[in-house]
Ligand binder design. Structure first.
Ligand code: PLP
Length: 410
């Protein structure tokens, strides 16, 4: 894929990230735009500042015009994902008969964990990680075992192996809930890393559940590997949807994909789980995977340009912050430990998405920029903030300038 700079007119001409004014965005009623007063720039929750991709909007308009608002039916969504996976990731192994439509990715994960673990069993996560991994798993009476990411923010296979052993104590069943790519660091796991994960999981009798919601959002320089495409993953699961890449969180529908040796488990998923997704959601997600490729490429160019811009803005306004440019997602993980504002004890209470502490609280109070607070991402998160850069370059410039000013005035 070609690459372009933040101000390159060719990139920005087709970039969905520069289409909407702040005034227009503020008319939205979703969480991103309603959780804070108007003087706050919201760069926290994973919603994007883009118009709907035209093929998705067309499919929804057509459904509304037809009054096609009944119950979802059929395998069109899974077929669209299978074709997308074949074309984009060169993966031919997605079997439509080994899939199930579920309300959303997190509910799909919970339902899969119910199939392969019992209450009281452990679920391993690589912290810091997407906060609902903690909240949903513990709400369903499973316990969390953390395997900290390495200093390079990649999976630490030694820590993972130790966590697997701890999770399997007394012969209990256990699962590894993996974010592939990883939210919040934007790390895209390589095929070799995923193969090592699959091998370790097999050795320890741990089942892998791979959350691949950010899979389509891999930026130039990295390549996405579906977990179920690696050797040894046959008893694993993937859960995904078009929600992050095409901004469809309000249109509920996701897919569980079972590996060849997990298909029997998936058949035990209760029929009523499939009553949760919305028909309009299925229509929208299907259109995104089937016809949204060109729009996605335009988005990825814009995100790549924003990633570079953000790196420059951090160097200019927060020169003491530590930041590794993400390989995928539209999330940037910024280590603000030098500010000394965080309390490490808070990292023992992860999971509550809107909970603020440390640098994120300071940036909201003093810069009027809303970021996600690192401590809710689990061990290793305190002192960091997560910034959503799926917005216009103008908003990014303003946000970083405000953050820099706030730090200088501390
Ligand atoms: C890694 C990850 N999984 C799941 C979700 C939520 O997906 P859903 O709304 O389909 O449950 C998100 C949302 O940001 C996410 O980043």
């Amino acid at each position: 894929m070609k690459r372009a700079g933040a101000d390159d007119p060719e990139t920005r001409r087709t970039d969905p990230l520069v289409r909407l004014s702040l005034d227009r965005l503020r008319r939205r009623t979703s969480m991103k735009w309603r959780a804070h007063p108007e003087d706050v720039l919201p760069l926290w929750v994973a919603e994007m500042d883009v118009p709907l991709a035209p093929p998705v909007a067309d499919a929804l308009h057509a459904a509304i015009d037809l009054g096609d608002t009944g119950y979802p039916y059929g395998t069109g969504y899974a077929e669209a994902l299978a074709d997308f996976a074949r074309a984009r990731w060169r993966w031919d192994g997605l079997r439509v008969e080994h899939t199930a439509v579920v309300p959303d990715v997190m509910m799909g994960i919970v339902e899969v964990l119910r199939l392969i673990t019992d209450p009281g069993d452990a679920v391993v996560v690589c912290s810091p990680v997407y906060p609902p991994f903690y909240a949903f798993v513990t709400h369903d009476a499973r316990t969390i075992v953390e395997a900290r990411l390495g200093p390079d923010l990649r999976i630490d296979l030694g820590a993972l192996e130790e966590a697997f052993a701890r999770a399997r104590r007394q012969g209990r069943r256990a699962a590894f809930l993996m974010s592939n790519p990883h939210n919040p660091t934007g790390v895209v796991h390589t095929r070799e890393e995923l193969q090592a994960v699959a091998r370790l999981a097999r050795e320890h009798g741990v089942r892998v559940v791979s959350d691949e919601i950010h899979g389509p959002l891999v930026l130039p320089g990295a390549a996405f590997t579906p977990f179920l495409s690696v050797q040894g993953s046959e008893n694993g699961f993937a859960v995904t949807s078009a929600s992050k890449a095409w901004n469809l969180a309000g249109l509920k529908a996701a897919l569980v994909v079972a590996g060849a040796d997990s298909a029997g488990d998936l058949r035990r998923m209760p029929e009523e789980v499939g009553h949760g997704p919305s028909h309009l959601g299925v229509i929208a997600h299907t259109a995104a995977f089937r016809e949204g490729g060109t729009w996605l490429d335009e988005l990825l160019l814009g995100l790549d340009a924003n990633r570079a811009l953000l790196g420059r803005l951090i160097a200019e306004h927060l020169p003491r912050a530590r930041h590794r440019p993400p390989e995928g997602t539209y999330l940037a993980w910024i280590d603000c430990a030098w500010l000394g504002l965080h309390d490490d004890r808070r990292s023992s209470e992860p999971g509550v998405v809107g909970d603020l502490a440390g640098p994120a609280k300071m940036f909201l109070d003093r810069a009027r920029v809303a970021l996600s607070s690192g401590h809710v991402f689990g061990s290793g998160g305190a002192g960091c903030v997560r910034l959503n850069f799926a917005t216009s370059p103008a908003v990014l410039r303003e946000a970083l300038a405000r953050m820099g000013r706030a730090v200088r005035e501390l």
